[in-house]
Ligand binder design. Sequence first.
Ligand code: ADP
Ligand code: NG1
Ligand code: MG
Length: 458
Amino acid sequence: MTAEPPVLAVPEAKKERYQSLRAKFREHFHDDPAFYARAPGRVNLIGEHIDYCGYSVLPMAIEQDIVMAVLPDNSGAISLVNSDHQYDEFVGDVKTIQITKDEPHWYKYVLCGIQGVKEQFCSSETKGFKALVEGTIPRSAGLSSSSALVCCAALAMLKANGWTMTKELLSEVCAKCERYIGTEGGGMDQAISFTAKAGKAKLIDFNPLRTTDVQLPLNAAFVVCNSLAEMNKAATPHFNIRVVECRIAAQILAQSQDDIKWREIKRLGELQLRLGVSLDEMLELVSSKLHIEPYSKEEVCKILDVSPEELAETSLSANTRNVENFYLHQRASHVYGEAKRVLQFKVICDDQPADALEKLGELMNASHASCRDLYECSHPDLDILVETCRKHGAVGSRMTGAGWGGCTVSLVRTESTVPLLAGVRDDYYKPNPAKMAKAKEALFATIPAGGAAYYVFE
Ligand code: ADP
Ligand code: NG1
Ligand code: MG
């Protein structure tokens, strides 16, 4: 995986959309775009909230994407307009980008991508660009619209300057620069957006980043249902609280070991590597060393022998400084259990036993239960949706993405897709006119789509 994102001809089926983007670009900028950049969203099949702990995840890209029509600007100006007029226009300069962690305005995700690329190339003549941005990924719904926006902006910035980077480096750069928005995410979303291959899911390993194609069973289909409960991850501390709980759990477990300095440990995965033991042994360690009752900040400080100010330095982030209770047993149990389920999922896909679908479905159901009960990142509507999907034929169903709203992903036998879609439409969307009005975009079957690329008209 050392290739750069490809330059492709706009496919026949997409010409109308790209022509319409070109028309909107002309209308706004009175010029033609030079190229188009596209980055897809993703649906995570299994491995939730474990990428930032260092564990492998198993997502696939979806057809829905962010596309930018782009024209380089030698003056260094960045001019952004969104085809969705709820988003304000933005004008700035590439030399003076500032990404504050207060309000997560849409254009800040674009600036993250630009800044990430800019940092890789020390040039005194950095170009900016004009871009018309259009997205079809449901927003704040766990399908990674934020990362698609960051990745697409990075592509635009690269090509506007005549620079190149491999997909692998882009994945790492974009994972890092999306954190400028304030969330301490892992690297799953950016890696799948850049490296996805049509028809395949991917196992993504971190440190170092590595991706492996996963062949899903041929009779397996996936259905995504958006609960329509929105959750912007950068606008609340929920996401970072989980990151911090995992970090403190790893540090307290490290403190219980004679030969490990807890300050050297930031992730649950690092601790397992240092101990050189299995995930089952890590689960036993959690059970024996971490109590079920929440830890108060005072107790954490006492165990680690630090002041609250020092804890803020070693373990907390800007928006989690005031958190007083940490559910360490539950969060660490989820992470080690979920990491194990990802590996089991991959083995089933590789071996394809006769009952592969049932086995994969069981793992997805167990993942949902763990997200709901141990990680507490589900939402009542997501719990209703997974039940509804199972009632209408899903062999497995779970929340996907960060949660607290957003989407479910359900595994279904290919021939049961249509009845599942119809049943969920009737039970979940139809009784509520506001939901029903959005059902077309909210409820869809999906197959593994291709990764980020540049497009040009031939
Ligand atoms: P997710 O990545 O799960 O969709 P996030 O909370 O991480 O959710 O990011 C959602 C944010 O990304 C939105 O609030 C918006 O700022 C930005 N965003 C996503 N898609 C678009 C788009 N098409 N146009 C403008 N901003 C977008
Ligand atoms: P979403 O839900 O797409 O914002 C976030 C993180 C992922 C991962 C998942 C939970 C970012 C950019 N994305 O995704 O890295 O941790 O939650 O599995 O922070
Ligand atoms: Mg996101």
